[in-house]
Ligand binder design. Sequence first.
Ligand code: SF4
Length: 494
Amino acid sequence: MSNKVVAPTVLSKTNFLCGIQCPRYLWMILHEPKSIPQPSEAMQFISQQGRRVGELAKLLYPGGVDIPVLDFAAGILMTREQLKCNRPIFEASILSEHVYCRPDILVPAGDDLWDIIEVKSATTIKDVSIQDVAFQRYCCESAGVNIRRCRLAYINNQFVKRGEIDPNELFIIEDITDRVELAGIDMQQKVEEYLEVLSSPNCPQVRIGPHCSQPFICPLQERCWSFLPEHSVFELYWGGSKCFELFDRGIIDIRDIPAGYSLNSKQYIQVDCIKSGVPHIRKQAIRDFIASLQYPVYFLDFETFATVLPMFDGVCPNQQIPFQFSLHVLQRSGAIAEHYGFLARGPEDPRPALLSELKTRLGTSGSIVAYHAPFEQQVLRDLAETYPVHAGWVAGVLPRLTDLLKPFINFDYYHPDQKGSASLKKVLPALTGLSYEGLPISDGRQAGVAFMEAEFNGSGEMRRDKIRRDLSVYCGLDTSGMLAILKKLQSEAC
Ligand code: SF4
Protein backbone atom coordinates (compact mmCIF):
# COMPACT_ATOMS: atom_id res chain seq x y z
CA MET A 1 0.00 0.00 0.00
CA SER A 2 1.31 3.47 -0.86
CA ASN A 3 1.14 6.21 1.74
CA LYS A 4 -0.24 8.72 -0.76
CA VAL A 5 -3.88 9.61 -0.08
CA VAL A 6 -5.92 10.99 -2.95
CA ALA A 7 -9.47 12.36 -2.78
CA PRO A 8 -11.41 10.44 -5.46
CA THR A 9 -15.17 10.29 -6.04
CA VAL A 10 -15.88 7.55 -3.57
CA LEU A 11 -18.78 5.28 -2.92
CA SER A 12 -19.09 5.15 0.85
CA LYS A 13 -20.96 2.46 2.71
CA THR A 14 -23.80 4.90 3.43
CA ASN A 15 -24.09 5.74 -0.25
CA PHE A 16 -23.93 2.08 -1.20
CA LEU A 17 -26.91 1.36 1.05
CA CYS A 18 -28.82 4.29 -0.48
CA GLY A 19 -28.00 2.85 -3.92
CA ILE A 20 -29.49 -0.50 -2.93
CA GLN A 21 -32.70 1.34 -2.11
CA CYS A 22 -32.87 3.55 -5.19
CA PRO A 23 -30.42 5.09 -7.71
CA ARG A 24 -32.42 8.33 -7.66
CA TYR A 25 -31.93 8.66 -3.91
CA LEU A 26 -28.20 7.94 -4.33
CA TRP A 27 -27.87 10.61 -7.00
CA MET A 28 -29.77 13.21 -4.95
CA ILE A 29 -27.48 12.66 -1.95
CA LEU A 30 -24.47 13.75 -3.96
CA HIS A 31 -26.00 16.31 -6.33
CA GLU A 32 -28.87 17.87 -4.37
CA PRO A 33 -28.11 17.19 -0.72
CA LYS A 34 -30.10 20.24 0.39
CA SER A 35 -33.30 18.75 -0.97
CA ILE A 36 -33.04 15.78 1.39
CA PRO A 37 -35.00 16.49 4.57
CA GLN A 38 -33.04 16.45 7.81
CA PRO A 39 -33.63 13.37 9.96
CA SER A 40 -36.34 13.86 12.57
CA GLU A 41 -35.42 14.21 16.24
CA ALA A 42 -36.63 10.65 16.76
CA MET A 43 -34.24 9.42 14.02
CA GLN A 44 -31.40 11.43 15.50
CA PHE A 45 -32.14 9.84 18.86
CA ILE A 46 -31.92 6.36 17.29
CA SER A 47 -28.55 7.27 15.76
CA GLN A 48 -27.34 8.54 19.12
CA GLN A 49 -28.39 5.25 20.72
CA GLY A 50 -26.56 3.39 17.95
CA ARG A 51 -23.36 5.25 18.80
CA ARG A 52 -23.67 4.27 22.46
CA VAL A 53 -24.23 0.65 21.47
CA GLY A 54 -21.09 0.87 19.31
CA GLU A 55 -19.07 2.16 22.26
CA LEU A 56 -20.25 -0.73 24.44
CA ALA A 57 -19.33 -3.28 21.78
CA LYS A 58 -15.76 -2.01 21.80
CA LEU A 59 -15.45 -3.29 25.38
CA LEU A 60 -15.71 -6.81 23.95
CA TYR A 61 -12.31 -6.33 22.31
CA PRO A 62 -9.93 -4.89 24.91
CA GLY A 63 -6.72 -3.31 23.73
CA GLY A 64 -8.31 -2.01 20.53
CA VAL A 65 -7.41 1.34 19.04
CA ASP A 66 -9.89 3.98 17.86
CA ILE A 67 -9.38 5.68 14.53
CA PRO A 68 -10.57 9.29 14.92
CA VAL A 69 -13.37 10.40 12.62
CA LEU A 70 -12.36 14.02 12.19
CA ASP A 71 -9.79 13.89 9.40
CA PHE A 72 -10.48 11.66 6.39
CA ALA A 73 -6.88 11.48 5.11
CA ALA A 74 -5.32 11.18 8.56
CA GLY A 75 -7.77 8.38 9.43
CA ILE A 76 -6.74 6.40 6.36
CA LEU A 77 -3.04 6.80 7.10
CA MET A 78 -3.52 5.93 10.76
CA THR A 79 -5.49 2.81 9.78
CA ARG A 80 -2.70 1.72 7.48
CA GLU A 81 -0.27 2.03 10.38
CA GLN A 82 -2.54 0.14 12.76
CA LEU A 83 -3.04 -2.69 10.28
CA LYS A 84 0.64 -3.48 10.83
CA CYS A 85 -0.06 -4.08 14.53
CA ASN A 86 -1.77 -7.16 15.83
CA ARG A 87 -4.67 -5.62 17.72
CA PRO A 88 -8.34 -4.75 17.20
CA ILE A 89 -9.11 -1.56 15.29
CA PHE A 90 -12.29 0.41 15.93
CA GLU A 91 -13.82 2.30 13.02
CA ALA A 92 -10.88 1.79 10.71
CA SER A 93 -10.84 4.06 7.63
CA ILE A 94 -10.50 1.84 4.58
CA LEU A 95 -10.18 3.38 1.12
CA SER A 96 -9.57 1.50 -2.10
CA GLU A 97 -9.77 3.53 -5.29
CA HIS A 98 -13.48 4.43 -5.37
CA VAL A 99 -14.88 2.60 -2.35
CA TYR A 100 -14.66 3.61 1.28
CA CYS A 101 -15.90 2.10 4.53
CA ARG A 102 -15.36 2.20 8.27
CA PRO A 103 -15.86 -1.29 9.74
CA ASP A 104 -17.04 -1.02 13.33
CA ILE A 105 -14.43 -3.47 14.54
CA LEU A 106 -11.60 -5.28 12.79
CA VAL A 107 -10.10 -8.10 14.81
CA PRO A 108 -6.78 -9.72 13.89
CA ALA A 109 -7.28 -13.36 12.92
CA GLY A 110 -3.68 -14.44 12.26
CA ASP A 111 -1.71 -14.83 9.02
CA ASP A 112 -2.47 -11.30 7.88
CA LEU A 113 -6.20 -12.00 8.15
CA TRP A 114 -8.90 -9.96 9.86
CA ASP A 115 -12.43 -10.56 11.08
CA ILE A 116 -15.09 -7.89 10.58
CA ILE A 117 -17.45 -7.33 13.50
CA GLU A 118 -20.39 -5.17 12.50
CA VAL A 119 -22.35 -3.76 15.45
CA LYS A 120 -26.09 -3.19 15.15
CA SER A 121 -28.55 -1.90 17.73
CA ALA A 122 -31.30 -4.11 16.25
CA THR A 123 -32.52 -7.29 17.91
CA THR A 124 -32.60 -9.31 14.68
CA ILE A 125 -30.33 -9.76 11.67
CA LYS A 126 -31.72 -7.85 8.72
CA ASP A 127 -30.92 -8.49 5.06
CA VAL A 128 -29.66 -4.94 4.71
CA SER A 129 -27.03 -5.66 7.39
CA ILE A 130 -25.73 -8.56 5.32
CA GLN A 131 -25.45 -6.24 2.29
CA ASP A 132 -23.76 -3.69 4.51
CA VAL A 133 -21.07 -6.16 5.61
CA ALA A 134 -20.71 -7.55 2.08
CA PHE A 135 -19.80 -4.05 0.90
CA GLN A 136 -17.32 -3.64 3.76
CA ARG A 137 -15.72 -6.95 2.94
CA TYR A 138 -15.42 -5.99 -0.72
CA CYS A 139 -13.92 -2.64 0.25
CA CYS A 140 -11.43 -4.17 2.71
CA GLU A 141 -10.26 -6.85 0.31
CA SER A 142 -9.93 -4.34 -2.54
CA ALA A 143 -7.66 -2.37 -0.22
CA GLY A 144 -5.54 -5.44 0.54
CA VAL A 145 -7.07 -6.14 3.97
CA ASN A 146 -7.87 -9.84 3.80
CA ILE A 147 -11.00 -10.91 5.62
CA ARG A 148 -11.37 -14.33 7.25
CA ARG A 149 -14.83 -14.24 8.90
CA CYS A 150 -17.66 -11.70 9.21
CA ARG A 151 -19.74 -11.43 12.35
CA LEU A 152 -22.68 -9.37 13.46
CA ALA A 153 -22.95 -8.17 17.06
CA TYR A 154 -26.62 -7.39 17.69
CA ILE A 155 -28.83 -6.92 20.71
CA ASN A 156 -30.07 -9.84 22.77
CA ASN A 157 -33.75 -9.08 23.34
CA GLN A 158 -33.77 -11.42 26.36
CA PHE A 159 -31.22 -9.26 28.14
CA VAL A 160 -32.41 -7.74 31.40
CA LYS A 161 -30.43 -4.96 33.02
CA ARG A 162 -29.08 -5.75 36.49
CA GLY A 163 -26.60 -3.06 37.47
CA GLU A 164 -23.92 -2.08 34.94
CA ILE A 165 -24.62 -3.36 31.43
CA ASP A 166 -22.29 -6.25 30.64
CA PRO A 167 -21.63 -6.24 26.87
CA ASN A 168 -21.03 -10.00 26.99
CA GLU A 169 -24.66 -10.43 28.01
CA LEU A 170 -26.10 -7.61 25.92
CA PHE A 171 -24.77 -8.74 22.53
CA ILE A 172 -25.36 -11.83 20.47
CA ILE A 173 -22.47 -12.36 18.08
CA GLU A 174 -23.34 -14.41 15.06
CA ASP A 175 -21.14 -15.58 12.21
CA ILE A 176 -22.63 -14.33 8.93
CA THR A 177 -19.71 -15.16 6.64
CA ASP A 178 -21.67 -17.48 4.34
CA ARG A 179 -24.53 -15.01 3.88
CA VAL A 180 -22.05 -12.20 3.25
CA GLU A 181 -20.27 -14.26 0.59
CA LEU A 182 -23.56 -14.90 -1.16
CA ALA A 183 -24.51 -11.22 -1.03
CA GLY A 184 -21.09 -10.29 -2.37
CA ILE A 185 -21.34 -12.29 -5.61
CA ASP A 186 -22.47 -9.30 -7.71
CA MET A 187 -20.78 -6.65 -5.58
CA GLN A 188 -18.36 -5.51 -8.29
CA GLN A 189 -21.27 -4.95 -10.67
CA LYS A 190 -23.28 -3.01 -8.06
CA VAL A 191 -20.33 -0.81 -7.16
CA GLU A 192 -19.73 0.04 -10.83
CA GLU A 193 -23.43 0.77 -11.33
CA TYR A 194 -23.61 3.10 -8.32
CA LEU A 195 -20.39 4.89 -9.25
CA GLU A 196 -21.87 5.51 -12.67
CA VAL A 197 -25.01 6.97 -11.06
CA LEU A 198 -22.88 9.25 -8.89
CA SER A 199 -20.84 10.53 -11.81
CA SER A 200 -23.83 11.14 -14.07
CA PRO A 201 -24.98 14.78 -14.46
CA ASN A 202 -28.58 13.60 -14.78
CA CYS A 203 -30.85 12.39 -12.02
CA PRO A 204 -32.07 8.86 -12.83
CA GLN A 205 -35.79 8.65 -13.47
CA VAL A 206 -37.17 6.06 -11.09
CA ARG A 207 -40.83 5.13 -10.71
CA ILE A 208 -42.17 5.02 -7.18
CA GLY A 209 -42.46 1.48 -5.86
CA PRO A 210 -42.21 -0.76 -2.81
CA HIS A 211 -38.52 0.15 -2.69
CA CYS A 212 -39.58 3.62 -1.41
CA SER A 213 -40.08 2.09 2.02
CA GLN A 214 -37.69 -0.89 1.85
CA PRO A 215 -35.35 -1.34 3.60
CA PHE A 216 -35.98 2.17 4.97
CA ILE A 217 -38.59 4.87 4.55
CA CYS A 218 -36.94 7.01 1.89
CA PRO A 219 -36.70 10.65 3.01
CA LEU A 220 -37.64 11.77 -0.51
CA GLN A 221 -41.07 10.18 -0.41
CA GLU A 222 -42.91 13.45 0.06
CA ARG A 223 -41.23 14.83 -3.05
CA CYS A 224 -41.43 11.75 -5.30
CA TRP A 225 -44.99 10.88 -4.30
CA SER A 226 -46.33 14.44 -4.44
CA PHE A 227 -47.92 13.95 -7.90
CA LEU A 228 -50.51 11.57 -6.47
CA PRO A 229 -54.03 12.99 -6.15
CA GLU A 230 -56.15 12.95 -3.02
CA HIS A 231 -57.75 9.50 -2.65
CA SER A 232 -55.03 7.78 -4.64
CA VAL A 233 -54.96 4.00 -4.78
CA PHE A 234 -52.18 4.10 -2.18
CA GLU A 235 -54.81 5.09 0.38
CA LEU A 236 -56.65 1.82 -0.14
CA TYR A 237 -57.28 0.30 3.31
CA TRP A 238 -54.59 -2.38 3.88
CA GLY A 239 -54.01 -2.24 0.13
CA GLY A 240 -50.54 -3.89 0.20
CA SER A 241 -49.48 -5.13 -3.22
CA LYS A 242 -52.89 -4.20 -4.71
CA CYS A 243 -51.87 -0.53 -4.61
CA PHE A 244 -48.87 -1.04 -6.90
CA GLU A 245 -50.78 -3.52 -9.03
CA LEU A 246 -53.41 -0.84 -9.73
CA PHE A 247 -50.79 1.88 -10.15
CA ASP A 248 -48.88 -0.26 -12.66
CA ARG A 249 -52.13 -0.63 -14.62
CA GLY A 250 -52.37 3.15 -14.76
CA ILE A 251 -55.16 3.39 -12.18
CA ILE A 252 -54.20 6.15 -9.78
CA ASP A 253 -57.50 7.42 -8.33
CA ILE A 254 -59.50 5.10 -6.08
CA ARG A 255 -62.64 6.19 -7.96
CA ASP A 256 -61.20 4.73 -11.16
CA ILE A 257 -60.86 1.19 -9.82
CA PRO A 258 -62.83 -0.96 -12.28
CA ALA A 259 -66.10 -2.40 -11.03
CA GLY A 260 -65.01 -6.03 -11.30
CA TYR A 261 -61.69 -5.53 -9.49
CA SER A 262 -61.32 -7.78 -6.45
CA LEU A 263 -61.52 -5.78 -3.23
CA ASN A 264 -62.36 -6.91 0.29
CA SER A 265 -65.52 -5.72 2.03
CA LYS A 266 -63.77 -2.87 3.88
CA GLN A 267 -62.13 -1.64 0.70
CA TYR A 268 -65.55 -1.67 -1.02
CA ILE A 269 -66.95 0.49 1.77
CA GLN A 270 -64.01 2.88 1.38
CA VAL A 271 -64.48 3.18 -2.39
CA ASP A 272 -68.24 3.73 -2.03
CA CYS A 273 -67.69 6.42 0.62
CA ILE A 274 -65.21 8.30 -1.57
CA LYS A 275 -67.57 8.14 -4.54
CA SER A 276 -70.59 9.30 -2.52
CA GLY A 277 -68.72 11.65 -0.16
CA VAL A 278 -70.93 10.32 2.63
CA PRO A 279 -69.71 8.44 5.74
CA HIS A 280 -70.66 4.80 6.16
CA ILE A 281 -72.39 4.09 9.49
CA ARG A 282 -73.69 0.82 10.85
CA LYS A 283 -75.90 2.42 13.45
CA GLN A 284 -76.80 -0.70 15.40
CA ALA A 285 -73.16 -1.76 15.79
CA ILE A 286 -72.25 1.74 17.00
CA ARG A 287 -75.18 1.73 19.43
CA ASP A 288 -74.07 -1.66 20.76
CA PHE A 289 -70.54 -0.35 21.27
CA ILE A 290 -71.80 2.72 23.12
CA ALA A 291 -74.18 0.61 25.21
CA SER A 292 -71.28 -1.65 26.25
CA LEU A 293 -69.61 1.28 28.05
CA GLN A 294 -70.14 1.52 31.78
CA TYR A 295 -70.07 4.81 33.64
CA PRO A 296 -67.96 6.39 34.87
CA VAL A 297 -66.09 6.14 31.58
CA TYR A 298 -62.33 6.79 31.74
CA PHE A 299 -60.46 7.82 28.60
CA LEU A 300 -56.85 6.80 29.12
CA ASP A 301 -53.67 7.31 27.13
CA PHE A 302 -50.06 6.55 28.09
CA GLU A 303 -46.93 8.07 26.64
CA THR A 304 -43.80 5.97 26.82
CA PHE A 305 -40.17 6.00 25.83
CA ALA A 306 -37.96 3.08 24.93
CA THR A 307 -34.19 2.78 24.70
CA VAL A 308 -32.18 -0.04 23.23
CA LEU A 309 -29.84 0.20 26.23
CA PRO A 310 -32.13 -0.23 29.23
CA MET A 311 -31.91 2.66 31.69
CA PHE A 312 -33.29 0.94 34.77
CA ASP A 313 -32.77 -2.42 36.45
CA GLY A 314 -35.24 -5.10 35.44
CA VAL A 315 -35.81 -3.53 32.01
CA CYS A 316 -35.18 -5.22 28.61
CA PRO A 317 -33.93 -3.52 25.42
CA ASN A 318 -36.67 -1.44 23.79
CA GLN A 319 -39.13 -2.00 26.64
CA GLN A 320 -41.74 0.75 26.76
CA ILE A 321 -41.40 2.84 29.93
CA PRO A 322 -44.51 4.94 30.68
CA PHE A 323 -43.79 8.47 31.85
CA GLN A 324 -47.09 10.26 31.25
CA PHE A 325 -50.79 9.66 31.15
CA SER A 326 -53.83 11.71 30.33
CA LEU A 327 -57.20 10.76 31.73
CA HIS A 328 -60.59 12.26 30.97
CA VAL A 329 -63.40 10.98 33.14
CA LEU A 330 -67.07 11.11 32.22
CA GLN A 331 -69.12 10.39 35.30
CA ARG A 332 -72.34 9.95 33.33
CA SER A 333 -73.66 10.49 29.81
CA GLY A 334 -73.83 14.20 28.99
CA ALA A 335 -71.70 15.27 31.99
CA ILE A 336 -68.74 17.63 31.64
CA ALA A 337 -65.56 15.56 31.63
CA GLU A 338 -62.98 15.92 34.39
CA HIS A 339 -59.33 15.84 33.35
CA TYR A 340 -56.32 14.46 35.19
CA GLY A 341 -52.80 14.28 33.90
CA PHE A 342 -49.51 12.92 35.12
CA LEU A 343 -46.10 13.80 33.72
CA ALA A 344 -43.03 12.44 35.50
CA ARG A 345 -40.38 14.87 36.63
CA GLY A 346 -36.65 14.28 37.04
CA PRO A 347 -34.27 11.60 35.86
CA GLU A 348 -35.57 8.79 38.07
CA ASP A 349 -37.57 5.81 36.92
CA PRO A 350 -41.00 7.38 36.24
CA ARG A 351 -43.03 4.20 36.77
CA PRO A 352 -43.56 4.10 40.57
CA ALA A 353 -44.96 7.66 40.68
CA LEU A 354 -47.07 7.08 37.57
CA LEU A 355 -48.52 3.88 38.96
CA SER A 356 -49.31 5.47 42.29
CA GLU A 357 -51.12 8.41 40.61
CA LEU A 358 -52.98 6.14 38.23
CA LYS A 359 -54.28 4.03 41.10
CA THR A 360 -55.81 7.07 42.75
CA ARG A 361 -57.56 8.13 39.53
CA LEU A 362 -58.89 4.98 37.88
CA GLY A 363 -61.48 4.09 40.52
CA THR A 364 -62.75 0.57 40.96
CA SER A 365 -65.46 0.37 38.32
CA GLY A 366 -66.40 1.81 34.93
CA SER A 367 -65.03 1.32 31.43
CA ILE A 368 -61.52 2.44 30.56
CA VAL A 369 -61.44 3.52 26.94
CA ALA A 370 -58.17 3.57 25.02
CA TYR A 371 -57.43 3.89 21.32
CA HIS A 372 -55.59 0.75 20.25
CA ALA A 373 -56.00 -0.71 23.74
CA PRO A 374 -53.39 -3.54 23.39
CA PHE A 375 -50.75 -0.86 23.93
CA GLU A 376 -52.27 0.32 27.22
CA GLN A 377 -52.83 -3.33 28.22
CA GLN A 378 -49.17 -4.17 27.61
CA VAL A 379 -47.99 -1.15 29.60
CA LEU A 380 -50.19 -2.22 32.51
CA ARG A 381 -49.02 -5.85 32.28
CA ASP A 382 -45.39 -4.73 32.30
CA LEU A 383 -46.07 -2.60 35.37
CA ALA A 384 -47.65 -5.60 37.12
CA GLU A 385 -44.64 -7.75 36.28
CA THR A 386 -42.16 -5.17 37.50
CA TYR A 387 -44.14 -4.31 40.63
CA PRO A 388 -45.85 -7.57 41.67
CA VAL A 389 -47.34 -5.84 44.69
CA HIS A 390 -49.66 -4.04 42.24
CA ALA A 391 -50.41 -7.11 40.11
CA GLY A 392 -53.78 -7.68 41.77
CA TRP A 393 -54.86 -4.10 41.04
CA VAL A 394 -53.73 -4.39 37.41
CA ALA A 395 -55.62 -7.70 37.07
CA GLY A 396 -58.77 -5.85 38.14
CA VAL A 397 -58.18 -2.99 35.69
CA LEU A 398 -57.42 -5.01 32.53
CA PRO A 399 -60.96 -6.38 31.95
CA ARG A 400 -62.31 -2.81 32.15
CA LEU A 401 -60.36 -1.74 29.04
CA THR A 402 -62.36 -1.09 25.88
CA ASP A 403 -60.90 -0.23 22.51
CA LEU A 404 -62.34 2.80 20.73
CA LEU A 405 -60.47 1.61 17.64
CA LYS A 406 -62.96 -1.26 17.34
CA PRO A 407 -65.82 0.56 15.52
CA PHE A 408 -63.30 1.96 13.05
CA ILE A 409 -61.26 -1.17 12.45
CA ASN A 410 -64.55 -3.04 11.89
CA PHE A 411 -65.69 -0.31 9.49
CA ASP A 412 -68.85 0.17 11.55
CA TYR A 413 -67.98 3.80 10.94
CA TYR A 414 -65.93 5.00 7.99
CA HIS A 415 -65.49 8.60 6.89
CA PRO A 416 -63.98 9.31 3.45
CA ASP A 417 -61.51 11.74 5.02
CA GLN A 418 -59.94 8.91 7.03
CA LYS A 419 -57.92 8.17 3.89
CA GLY A 420 -57.95 4.44 4.41
CA SER A 421 -56.70 4.56 7.98
CA ALA A 422 -58.37 3.77 11.30
CA SER A 423 -55.62 5.46 13.35
CA LEU A 424 -56.56 8.15 15.84
CA LYS A 425 -54.45 10.65 13.90
CA LYS A 426 -56.74 10.18 10.88
CA VAL A 427 -60.07 9.43 12.57
CA LEU A 428 -59.99 12.46 14.88
CA PRO A 429 -59.77 15.17 12.19
CA ALA A 430 -62.15 13.30 9.87
CA LEU A 431 -64.89 13.12 12.49
CA THR A 432 -64.36 16.18 14.66
CA GLY A 433 -62.13 18.66 12.85
CA LEU A 434 -59.67 18.48 15.75
CA SER A 435 -56.14 17.77 14.61
CA TYR A 436 -52.57 17.16 15.69
CA GLU A 437 -51.30 19.23 12.79
CA GLY A 438 -49.10 22.12 13.85
CA LEU A 439 -48.54 20.81 17.38
CA PRO A 440 -44.86 20.94 18.43
CA ILE A 441 -45.26 17.31 19.52
CA SER A 442 -47.54 15.33 17.27
CA ASP A 443 -46.73 11.66 17.67
CA GLY A 444 -45.81 9.20 20.37
CA ARG A 445 -42.22 8.63 19.33
CA GLN A 446 -41.57 12.35 19.28
CA ALA A 447 -43.15 12.59 22.75
CA GLY A 448 -40.79 9.96 24.17
CA VAL A 449 -37.71 11.63 22.70
CA ALA A 450 -38.83 15.07 23.92
CA PHE A 451 -39.41 13.75 27.44
CA MET A 452 -35.93 12.24 27.52
CA GLU A 453 -34.45 15.52 26.35
CA ALA A 454 -36.31 17.41 29.06
CA GLU A 455 -35.68 15.12 32.00
CA PHE A 456 -32.55 13.08 31.27
CA ASN A 457 -30.35 15.25 29.07
CA GLY A 458 -29.93 18.28 31.29
CA SER A 459 -32.12 20.71 29.31
CA GLY A 460 -32.29 24.27 30.59
CA GLU A 461 -35.34 25.25 32.64
CA MET A 462 -37.06 27.19 29.85
CA ARG A 463 -36.64 24.40 27.34
CA ARG A 464 -37.80 21.82 29.86
CA ASP A 465 -40.90 23.85 30.72
CA LYS A 466 -41.74 24.26 27.05
CA ILE A 467 -41.39 20.53 26.39
CA ARG A 468 -43.55 19.72 29.39
CA ARG A 469 -46.27 22.09 28.16
CA ASP A 470 -46.10 20.58 24.67
CA LEU A 471 -46.33 17.07 26.11
CA SER A 472 -49.38 17.99 28.17
CA VAL A 473 -51.12 19.41 25.10
CA TYR A 474 -50.27 16.38 22.98
CA CYS A 475 -51.25 13.67 25.46
CA GLY A 476 -54.32 15.67 26.52
CA LEU A 477 -55.51 15.77 22.91
CA ASP A 478 -55.31 11.97 22.73
CA THR A 479 -57.93 11.62 25.46
CA SER A 480 -60.04 14.72 24.76
CA GLY A 481 -60.00 13.51 21.15
CA MET A 482 -61.40 10.12 22.16
CA LEU A 483 -64.11 11.89 24.08
CA ALA A 484 -64.96 14.02 21.04
CA ILE A 485 -65.07 10.93 18.81
CA LEU A 486 -67.42 9.16 21.19
CA LYS A 487 -69.72 12.19 21.26
CA LYS A 488 -69.73 12.23 17.46
CA LEU A 489 -70.58 8.54 17.31
CA GLN A 490 -73.37 9.09 19.84
CA SER A 491 -74.84 11.96 17.87
CA GLU A 492 -74.77 10.09 14.56
CA ALA A 493 -75.94 6.67 15.70
CA CYS A 494 -78.48 7.36 18.39
S1 SF4 B 1 -39.08 8.09 -2.83
FE1 SF4 B 1 -38.84 6.21 -3.96
S2 SF4 B 1 -38.42 6.80 -6.04
FE2 SF4 B 1 -38.10 8.60 -4.76
S3 SF4 B 1 -35.91 8.57 -4.32
FE3 SF4 B 1 -36.95 7.54 -2.66
S4 SF4 B 1 -36.91 5.40 -3.19
FE4 SF4 B 1 -36.45 6.53 -5.06
